[in-house]
Design a protein around this ligand. Structure first.
Ligand code: ATP
Ligand code: FE2
Length: 324
């Protein structure tokens, strides 16, 4: 069985093609970026509208398959930006009708976890899901992915992106901040907010904005990363001792960051816990994770009728029954 997966929750229009053994046949994407501003939903949606057919074609070419070989069409049904989600949903509906193959709308956040489980072979991890909009500590309990800890204000990726704007870096700022941070040497003391297994970044953001002219970009980025990532590692460590699972998975766009991976790895090693981070090509938004999630749900007998295929902008991860 071959599934084509379409991702368009925010900045990325992605198309992945996966078979039912988990073999990735294609993982193509186009990311809406800016030189020195944030992401505007309408502009990102316009980007998707212009390139969606080309990315589908590109994925078909990389997979070396024809449309008749596709058995299932999966798409990101939510959560995300309405204008962006609609482009992917429309493309998926058209493909499903044209190919006369079942349609399956999946939860984007769950797809970030399941692609990590496929990659790592982990069966029941505690997941630290770090992306632009979302930052959560998740684990499976009583048939759902439950949120054990989460950001009380903004996602860690959004924090990095908005701090990047202060420094004149465009979207996405995470990769550039990582580069600058590697050259930083002096730690600047910054607000550190953690409450039980929850954490927050807006105090950190305000402080950084206020002192941005007083220090080098390198030291600011270094200190920002060390502080924000320490919060994440501390909360995950608390979750480990609380929930008592034996594996930790790092997923989402910010999981591409090598310093965050290093810090998590050190903590897990000390606690004798297995650790895995999703590789950069599958960490940020991508169609492959959507295709794989489609396969998992299809195997479990799920499908999305056309009439139920409307987008769900605020679809929380703990609303979904994990039946696969
Ligand atoms: P979600 O809907 O899951 O919240 P998202 O739309 O934020 O997803 P992702 O691609 O999962 O999209 O994550 C994007 C975020 O990852 C951006 O905030 C970006 O700055 C950040 N990011 C990407 N690479 C790095 C990196 N190397 N270091 C830190 N952050 C990074
Ligand atoms: Fe994402």
């Amino acid at each position: 069985m071959i599934c084509i997966g379409i991702e368009s929750t925010a900045h990325t229009f992605g198309v992945g093609i996966v078979d039912n053994s988990g073999k990735i046949l294609a993982n193509e994407k186009s990311v809406f970026t800016t030189e020195n501003a944030g992401i505007h939903p309408r502009k990102a949606a316009e980007h998707h509208k212009l390139i969606y057919d080309k990315i589908i074609e590109k994925a078909m070419k990389s997979a070396k398959i024809e449309f008749k070989d596709i058995d299932l069409v999966a798409f990101s049904q939510g959560p995300g930006l309405g204008a962006c989600l609609r482009i992917g949903a429309n493309a998926a509906r058209s493909l499903s009708i044209f190919l006369k193959k079942p349609l399956i709308g999946v939860n984007h956040c769950i797809a970030h976890i399941e692609i990590g489980k496929l990659y790592s072979g982990f069966k029941d991890p505690i997941t630290l899901y770090v992306s632009g909009a979302n930052t959560q500590i998740l684990a499976l309990a009583s048939g759902k992915y439950r949120v054990f800890g989460e950001t009380l204000d903004i996602g860690v990726g959004n924090f990095l992106d908005s701090f990047g704007r202060t420094l004149g870096i465009g979207f996405p700022a995470g990769p550039e901040i990582e580069k600058l941070a590697k050259k930083g040497k002096n730690y600047i003391k910054l607000p550190y907010t953690i409450k039980g297994m929850d954490f927050a970044f807006s105090g950190l953001q305000t402080k950084l904005n206020n002192i941005s002219k007083k220090h080098s970009k390198q030291n600011l980025c270094y200190s920002a990363q060390e502080t924000a990532f320490s919060e994440l590692v501390e909360a995950t460590e608390r979750a480990i001792s609380h929930i008592g699972k034996k594996e930790v998975l790092l997923t989402g766009g910010v999981a591409a960051n090598s310093r965050l991976k290093e810090m998590m790895e050190i903590m897990c090693r000390k606690r004798n816990i297995k650790f895995s981070a999703v590789p950069p090509s599958l960490a940020g938004d991508n169609g492959t994770m959507i295709a794989w999630q489609g396969i998992l749900e299809h195997k479990a007998g799920k499908k999305t009728r056309l009439i139920k295929s409307g987008i769900k902008q605020h679809w929380r991860i703990d609303e979904v029954n994990v039946v696969w």
